[in-house]
Ligand binder design. Structure first.
Ligand SMILES: *Cc1c(COP(=O)(O)O)cnc(C)c1O
Length: 462
């Protein structure tokens, strides 16, 4: 029977609980106004079910907590570093590892090491921090994802795939010497958590390497990606998640990792590469931006939790329940006729704000308005992934206008139960029924970098 149809249960029992509370209607109205209609600026005490992000919000296991007690806090050469290094080598297969405080620390080291002014970095859709670090290092991102990724209705099973012809054209147009690496994300967050196929990663590797260009993986959600490969890619049904992850990584030359995602920890990351010269440069830069190359901004205990988390993240029953919970919420919403990005991705359900609020033009931030309306309805916190997140064009200063205008309901790993998902679905449905009353927003404060984090808004016609 297909996974979507079977009953599943969380593969754990709960040992510690953290109470949550529903803020009153008056409290919610006050809180969202104070937050400038930006869910990033809400206090978590004012939130009931927090689906802002799956980043650093995972619940750790008893084994991870036990491992933390074994942390070696030596400044240099910590035993915990060598345990982390061995886990990365064993499960992902890369040779050299530099720990970083989180994913963007690794992106900074990588971009500064490999990118020079005027360089071009092709990738399967951008990610906010990744593209910003590429740009700050003097590079320009070029999107080479297949066109289906930009279509919220396309049912393509691997919407994260690279358009190989387009990638080759980019390499030919700019010349391989101007392309420090191809930037591959698995899964693609901005497309709705959509996977890239194993066959496509292999083909990207072969194509890039033929021109002497490296491939760097954004591995934050590579395990969720492997789950979709196992379930959808011909020939991969019987394979283990661990073997798929290892093979996928083998077609690339290194990775940046936000360990706050798949690897089940609350903070941390790393850069991993196979080329010793790149490692030497990055390890040296780490001393400036992160810390000594054997801790890079992580406590010894955090490296222990990460080493254990990497292994747990690859367990079949874990990943099946993790993605299963996301698919469960997605199915409830599609059954209710709510427009969402299909197929449902690995870490969250993405509401299609353009279809949800057709009366609000993109200049009035429909996804931002929808996220605020959902919070007002029930205290459920989500996040905008549309025109606010897309920022401005580096040259012209104009707003980037993405085709996808989305609200992300991101599910933390091992934190909420299926009953929480029922509450969320009910709230989205109720907002959908009342959607005609939702008004657009105007931006009253715009920060210079990554504006979605700190921008403030007011409702129009208030
Ligand atoms: C979260 C994330 C990053 C950035 O990592 P941080 O740990 O938040 O600094 C980069 N890429 C992807 C795909 C991510 O999800």
């Amino acid at each position: 029977m297909a996974l979507e149809k079977r009953t599943w249960a969380e593969p754990f029992k709960i040992k510690v609980v953290e109470p949550v509370r529903i803020p009153t209607q008056a409290e919610r109205e006050h809180a969202i106004r104070e937050a400038g209609y930006n869910t990033f600026l809400l206090r978590s005490d004012d939130v009931y079910i927090d689906l802002l992000t799956d980043s650093g919000t995972s619940a750790m296991s008893d084994r991870q907590w036990a491992a933390m007690m074994m942390g070696d806090e030596a400044y240099a050469g910590s035993r915990s570093f060598y345990r982390l290094e061995a886990a990365v080598q064993n499960w992902y297969g890369y040779k050299y590892v530099v720990p970083t405080h989180q994913g963007r620390g690794a992106e900074n080291l990588l971009s500064k090491t490999l990118i020079k002014a005027g360089d071009i970095v092709p990738g399967n859709m951008y990610f906010t921090t990744t593209r910003l670090h590429q740009e700050l290092a003097g590079g320009t991102f070029v999107d080479v994802i297949i066109p289906e990724a930009h279509d919220s209705k396309s049912l393509h099973p691997f919407k994260g795939d690279v358009d190989l012809a387009k990638l080759e054209q980019v390499i030919k147009t700019y010349g391989a010497e101007r392309i420090p690496y191809v930037s591959i994300a698995a899964t693609v967050n901005m497309a709705g958590g959509q996977p890239i196929s194993l066959g496509n990663v292999k083909a990207v590797g072969e194509l890039a390497h033929r021109y002497g260009v490296r491939v760097i993986l954004d591995a934050a959600r590579v395990v969720e990606n492997a789950f979709f490969i196992q379930n959808r890619e011909p020939g991969c049904e019987g394979r283990t998640i661990a073997s798929i992850v290892k093979e996928l990584c083998s077609y690339t030359d290194g990775c940046t990792m936000s360990a706050k995602k798949d690897p089940l920890v609350n903070i941390g990351g790393f850069l991993a590469v196979n080329d010793q010269a790149i490692y030497d440069d990055a390890a040296n830069l780490a001393v400036i931006y992160e810390g000594l190359h054997t801790y890079g901004g992580m406590a010894g205990r955090d490296m222990e939790a990460l080493a254990t988390g990497i292994e747990e993240s690859l367990h079949e029953d874990h990943i099946r329940a993790r993605v299963g919970q996301v698919l469960y919420l997605g199915k409830k919403l599609t059954d209710a006729g709510v427009p969402i990005v299909l197929p449902v991705g690995g870490h969250g359900v993405f509401l299609d704000a353009k279809a949800f609020l057709p009366h609000i033009p993109q200049e009035q931030y429909p996804a931002q308005a929808l996220a605020a309306a959902l919070y007002l309805d029930s205290g459920v916190r989500s996040m905008e992934r549309g025109i606010v997140s897309a920022g401005r064009n580096k040259e012209t200063g104009e707003d980037n206008k993405p085709r996808l205008e989305l609200v992300r309901l991101t599910i933390p790993r091992r934190v909420y139960t299926q009953a929480h998902m029922d509450v969320v679905a009910e709230s989205v449905q109720s907002v959908f029924e009342e959607r005609a009353c939702i008004r657009g927003l105007t931006m009253t404060y715009e920060p210079r970098y990554l504006r979605f984090f700190q921008a403030r808004f007011e409702p129009l016609g208030a």
